[in-house]
Design a protein around this ligand. Structure first.
Ligand code: V47
Ligand code: SF4
Length: 393
């Protein structure tokens, strides 16, 4: 049996004479693996200092994963940035009436992107984009079937619940039917986008015209019921209050209790370049680290917590590994524009395997390549990389 004295960092924390009694009781609960209540979640946002939160979150992270830090080898396809919706935090989309300012890829153009990776050991393609009125269910079925036929070993993770909700409504199929059709065509899992903040009060202010929180959750539930795994995101640091964040995490935690279909929770920091919320200052790195830590403590039934390095930049991503995060997403290969257009540090996000593994090692953790559903492919801890691999552009 594990004994209290096995956790010296948390013990030291608990012995602090001036520790708030409510925070002390939360720390005890975390040690005893008891679930935090929404009130305790809000209290952590209000009162939890970075050191306190980090110590507890790192304890949970190491209990679940030790020093392992996962990444995968992936690339993105963004079929279009034309979008009928008007989320005011989005720097990426172009309205249909201005579609000549955006891009729209044909199925052949998207297959050409897949073919660029022939012979390379990528394991996942992540497909996500705007909601283009002419790219419908039939279009994406054809795309998925063609990718699967060309490269059956590639895991296809695609389409946010926002894209799926529109596709299904337009095709007049139920969520269950639509998910089954796409799954049969070769879609294997769903990314976590489009969740933003579920509470209608916040959605009314930042994304009033796309699928609501219940709709998002129903789509992920339908995917889980087919045995698919999915991710969940939370876009934070705009107009929401602390309790909205906790309400968001609570809804995800409840669905996870029911289905166990979520793999990863991915907090996404709002970036304010070139969008209609540019007047809102971005959160500080301290706030970001506090949020990751609270997410690790609150989302007790989510196996993984991911920091998306292209959005945070490499050094902040390294820091998150001490605040609950155990996954840094993938090599990406400069195939996504969502964050660079919103002002992220990484304007051309790409790292080769050696660079990503070294980034993790330099933060004192074990780099482990995974596939999309967290089967371990290779532990790189003892691999020595050449200067050529580490310096490659
Ligand atoms: O839903 C849009 C976010 C999401 C901004 O599942 C913004 O593995 C910050 O969900 N500032 C799409 N964020 C991307 C996404 C994702 C990314 C990486 C991995 C996975 C996964 C999923 O991007 C959108 C929205 O929440 N977003 N604009 C912005 N200005
Ligand atoms: Fe469209 Fe997605 Fe941008 Fe919203 S966040 S406007 S749904 S591309």
């Amino acid at each position: 049996m594990t004994k209290r004295q096995d956790f010296p960092a948390v013990q030291t924390l608990l012995q602090q004479a001036n520790l708030d009694t409510a925070l002390k009781s939360i720390a005890e609960k975390v040690l005893n693996q008891q679930r935090l209540t929404p009130e305790e979640g809000v209290l952590l946002f209000e009162k939890g200092e970075l050191g306190f939160l980090g110590t507890l979150a790192n304890h949970v992270r190491e209990r679940l994963h030790g020093d392992k830090t996962y990444f995968n080898r992936n690339f993105h396809i963004e079929p279009t940035n034309v979008c009928i919706f008007t989320c005011n935090f989005c720097s990426y989309s172009r309205l249909y009436k201005n579609k000549e300012d955006g891009w729209e890829l044909s199925i052949d153009e998207m297959l050409d992107i897949v073919k660029k990776y022939d012979g390379q050991p990528v394991t996942e393609v992540h497909i996500v984009g705007g909601v283009h009125p002419k790219m419908n269910l039939a279009y994406f079925i054809e795309l998925i079937q063609k990718i699967s036929a060309h490269r059956p070993d590639l895991h296809i993770k695609g389409f946010t619940a926002v894209e799926l909700d529109y596709m299904f409504r337009k095709a007049k199929v139920s969520i269950e039917e639509g998910m089954r059709i796409l799954h049969d065509a070769g879609l294997q899992s769903l990314p976590g986008g489009g969740a933003e903040i579920f509470h209608p009060e916040v959605r009314a202010k930042i994304c009033h015209d796309k699928v609501d929180g219940d709709g998002w959750l129903s789509i992920h539930k339908a995917a889980h019921q087919l045995g698919m795994h999915t991710n969940a995101t939370m876009l934070y640091g705009h107009v929401e209050e602390f309790w909205h964040r906790v309400d968001h995490m609570e809804r995800l935690r409840s669905l996870q209790d029911e289905t166990h279909g979520f793999n990863t929770f991915i907090p996404l920091k709002f970036r304010n370049k070139d969008n209609d919320l540019s007047h809102i200052p971005e959160t500080s790195i301290i706030e970001d680290l506090r949020l990751y830590a609270i997410a690790r403590l609150y989302m007790d039934n989510f196996p993984h917590l991911k920091a998306y390095w292209p959005m945070l930049g490499r050094s902040t991503a390294q820091l998150t590994l001490s605040y609950g995060v155990n996954d840094l997403d993938g090599t990406i290969d400069d195939t996504t524009k969502i964050y660079s257009m919103a002002g992220a540090e990484e304007q051309r996000p790409a790292m080769n395997t050696a660079q990503l593994a070294m980034l993790i090692k330099q933060a004192g953790r074990r780099p482990v390549e995974r596939d999309t559903v967290y089967n371990e492919i290779m532990d790189y801890t003892d691999v020595v990389f050449s200067d050529e691999e580490l310096l490659a552009k």
